[in-house]
Design a protein around this ligand. Structure first.
Ligand code: PMP
Length: 447
């Protein structure tokens, strides 16, 4: 990205510019279609059918009916309506720290938001399950079977709801919790949850708005990390699918869609699936394929993880979790909260690197760059983080040599004892940005 002075920024957070800022193929597809026709979705257009077919081809066969809408929130709201209509039940199980969108129905099921509001009460039809976090959650890596244990929590919630005469319509979760702190659920968790929820007459909604579309590298969708035997009843997608153009989609099974239609109430969405949006969506899919961006995510993502793993070994401030970068603070997994990591991110921004922090304590660094992110980009951002951590640890008086002990050949971390809190360290001066971002000449007025 470039600001108004034409200064270059390395964008590590923009999962909307999925295939790169202003990708020429996407721009061309959109403008060509705009020259020809854009209209109310009452008028059928080939693009809509072609795009639905292409999206469907990325998913298990059972997920075969697409509804095109315009934002992640619209998609999740429609998913709830589908679940309510299909099951005839009302209650929704959501995860701790989850975020699913900004409209009323979704704020209700987004603890990430409703916990921020003083005096906000949890709605009676909403149940919050434990986040399946094997690093900081109730059942960690040392538990013999965290997937079953976390799924049992969902089962307990269902039983409690039944005792009160309530019925479960759906379980909704991001396939990997993003805003909730980059939580990767243990394999098998979704299968077990789906079984409990379906036994109770409910359905499973996978929110892929933030994490889907090839970003996990090995698969096109995050839920596929759970194994081929898992298929959600509804998948919602948004953010990256239009490379910045506002569009999103709900894909579900024929059974769910038919029950929705049988209510007699027509579903209509003026802009959802209009010819321009679909042309753009098709172009995004073409670019992902043509440039093998899923392969790039796997390759560069793996490299970035490796570089961050090295930081884990070097810096006591970096959490020793399954995913490497957490500003856990000395001595505990929840450690340093909001203020300090965000302050450090501001220093990164001064060095022209855009990165964010998330999770309940805002202390998990969140990487979600455009998928054309390169190895050089990864090296640059990790070098900067390394420098910031080194300076900060110096100020806090922490050294890794004190924090590491070797046990049976495994490196194990000893908790450093210094509990000093929020210090303002000096940070090394800027380093020339050598990273490359194709298709990224984007003016940025309001950094
Ligand atoms: N679900 C998830 C997981 C999200 O991250 C978001 C947006 N941050 C939404 C839904 C809502 O999407 P939108 O902002 O496009 O309405």
């Amino acid at each position: 990205m470039y600001n108004e002075k034409d200064e270059k920024y390395l964008d590590c957070i923009n999962n909307v510019a999925h295939v790169g800022h202003c990708h020429p193929d996407v721009v061309e597809a959109g403008s060509k279609q705009m020259e020809l026709l854009n209209t109310n979705s009452r008028f059928l257009h080939d693009n809509l059918v072609l795009y639905a077919q292409r999206l469907q081809a990325t998913l298990p066969e059972k997920l075969s009916v697409c509804y095109f809408v315009n934002s992640g929130s619209e998609a999740n709201d429609l998913a709830l309506r589908l679940a309510w209509q299909y099951t005839g039940h009302k209650d929704i199980i959501t995860l701790e720290n989850a975020y699913h969108g900004h409209v009323s129905s979704l704020i209700d099921i987004s603890p990430y938001k409703f916990h921020q509001m003083a005096g906000a009460e949890q709605n009676q039809h909403v149940h919050v399950a434990l986040s399946p976090d094997i690093y900081r959650g109730k059942y960690c890596e040392d538990h013999p079977d965290p997937a079953t244990a976390y799924a049992e929590n969902v089962k307990d919630i269902i039983e409690q709801a039944h005792k009160k005469g309530r019925k479960i319509a759906a379980f909704i979760a991001e396939s990997l919790q993003s805003c909730g702190g980059q939580v990767i659920p243990p394999v098998g968790y979704f299968q077990k949850v789906a079984q409990h929820v379906r036994n109770a007459g409910g359905i499973f909604i996978a929110d892929e708005v933030q994490v889907g579309f090839g970003r996990v590298g090995t698969h096109f969708w995050g839920f596929q990390l759970q194994g081929e035997d898992f298929v959600p009843d509804i998948v919602t997608m948004g953010k990256p699918i239009g490379n910045g153009h506002p569009m999103s989609c709900v894909i579900t099974t024929r059974e769910v869609a038919e029950r929705f239609m049988s209510s007699g109430m027509e579903y209509f969405n003026t802009f959802g699936g209009n010819p321009v949006s679909c042309a753009i969506g098709l172009a995004v899919l073409d670019v992902i394929e043509k440039e093998d961006l899923q392969g790039n995510a796997l390759h560069v993502g793996g490299y970035l993880t490796q570089l961050l793993d090295d930081l884990k070994k070097k810096h006591p401030l970096v959490g020793d979790g399954p995913w490497p970068v957490c500003w856990v603070g000395p001595g505990k997994k929840t450690g340093i909260r909001g203020h300090l990591p965000l302050q450090k991110l501001r220093i990164l921004k001064e060095q022209r690197i855009l990165l964010s922090a998330d999770g309940p304590h805002r202390n998990v660094l969140k990487f979600k760059p455009p998928m054309c992110f390169s190895r050089e980009d990864a090296e640059l951002v990790v070098e900067k983080i390394d420098q910031i951590l080194t300076d900060l640890e110096k100020t806090l008086g922490l050294q890794m040599s004190e924090a590491v002990i070797s046990e049976n050949g495994h490196t194990k971390r000893k908790e450093p004892s210094d509990e000093n809190g929020l210090v303002h360290p000096s940070v090394g001066s800027g380093h020339k940005h050598t990273g490359t971002l194709p298709h990224n000449k984007k003016k940025l007025k309001t950094l």
